[in-house]
Design a protein around this ligand. Structure first.
Ligand code: AMP
Length: 388
């Protein structure tokens, strides 16, 4: 008997966690999802153990890693460098190339690779696909991707802007076009992915033309714990005058900066609550966050020339009405206006929050990176026939 394999298992391997979702691409149904945490801290010795637990959890729901309807495994991969600009069918050569990219993403790529290796050991017969966070940004023109530094040095060390959150920017820009009832080719969208990590992108006719993250996810917007943009000479100053080591500065800018650096909290819920109590540090953190966001909206407006929509997504973008309102306040001359009542409504679906007269649509579009990874994976491997 032959059954059509339409299910995709999406794996997102972090250094100490493994997130998974099983999605049936025939109807988009989420069949199972979960998270294995604290890998390497006791009961779960390594990613191999974690994947076995995923297999057991899936089996409880009647699926399992040996599910004959499984068409493929789609892996989230963070840094694809200039080598990987498309979802990629994984083989030994691809794993070896990913290993070469570890210096570009030392915090993320090793965990991705480990996840891929254990999944290939358990299901060597199954197509497995890597979907890179950088891939959607591969269309950014050189003028936007290059840093203005010595070309020889830049090329030798692969120093250029790659961008991240690409899976989310791809999904949200397409979903925004859909919300407007248009084809992605026919709209220009500024996507504001505001989660604990945050990035903006300018998407022209479905192709990314600029994005705020760079060589690493540190550049650009103010984030939960990352500084985003700063004068590079701040780093020299911290080293020369502050006596800090490169590792200490790395930790400061990635883990102790952004909202948490400014006010001690990285959760926008807590920050807005504190503002309500008159807390000045929280107010300043909010203002710095919003100011940077407005700068990027203005910058990408100029990059695109014509903007059809702004799309807010991820934890802060989807939930923090105050951030959305403040980010576009006073931009009526640019054709951007939010409707207060619409903006205050919460909900799980993509929706417009712009005023009737706003020339630019302002949208809240919940992101779905897992579905995007599954969609790209399934598109690559297609529906596979399998024996049952
Ligand atoms: P993400 O990385 O997309 O999961 O976003 C996580 C962040 O979203 C949290 O750190 C919060 O700052 C923010 N967030 C989540 N829910 C809310 C909410 N209801 N209101 C404001 N911010 C929220």
């Amino acid at each position: 008997m032959t059954a059509t394999a339409t299910r995709v298992l999406v794996l997102n391997s972090g250094s100490s966690s493994l997130k998974y979702q099983l999605i049936d691409m025939a109807d988009g149904e989420r069949l199972a999802s979960g998270l294995v945490e604290r890998i390497g801290e006791g009961e779960v010795a390594d990613h191999g153990d974690a994947l076995k637990i995923v297999g057991e959890e899936l089996a409880l729901g009647g699926f399992g890693l040996d599910d004959p309807k499984l068409a493929a495994i789609g892996h989230r991969a963070v840094h694809g460098g200039i080598r990987f600009t498309e979802p990629t069918l994984i083989d030994d050569e691809v794993v070896a190339e990913m290993e070469k990219l570890v210096p570009l993403a030392p915090l993320h790529n090793p965990a991705n690779i480990t996840g891929i290796k254990v999944a290939r050991e358990l299901r060597p017969d199954l197509p497995q696909v890597a979907v890179f966070d950088t891939a959607f940004h591969a269309t950014i023109p050189e003028a936007a991707a290059r840093y203005a530094i010595d070309t020889e040095t830049a090329d030798k060390l692969s120093v250029r802007r790659y961008g991240f959150h690409g899976t989310s920017h791809a999904y949200v820009s397409r979903a925004t076009a859909e919300l407007l009832g248009k084809a992605p080719e026919d709209v220009n969208v500024i996507v504001l992915h505001l989660g604990n990590g945050a990035s903006a992108s300018a998407v022209a006719g479905g192709r990314c033309v600029d994005t705020s993250m760079g060589l690493t996810p540190l550049e650009g917007l103010v984030m939960g714990t990352r500084s985003g943009d700063l004068d590079p000479a701040v780093i020299f100053h911290l080293a020369r005058v502050g006596g800090m080591s490169v590792d200490e500065i790395d930790t400061l800018l990635n883990k102790k900066s952004g909202l948490v650096g400014l006010c001690g909290d990285n959760d926008m819920r807590e920050i807005t609550r504190r503002i309500g109590e008159g807390d000045e540090a929280a107010r300043l953190a909010f203002d710095v966050y919003v100011h940077r966001l407005r700068k990027y909206i203005g910058a990408y407006y100029a990059v695109l020339g014509k903007v059809d929509a702004l799309a807010f997504t991820a934890g802060v973008g989807e939930n923090a009405a105050a951030v959305r309102e403040a980010a576009v306040a006073g931009l009526e001359e640019l054709g951007i206006a939010v409707d207060r009542d619409r903006n205050a409504v919460r909900g799980p679906d993509a929706r417009l929050v712009s005023a009737e007269y706003s020339r630019v649509a302002v949208a809240v579009v919940p992101t779905d990176e897992e579905l995007e990874i599954a969609t790209q994976t399934y598109a690559l491997v297609g529906a596979a026939d399998s024996e049952t």
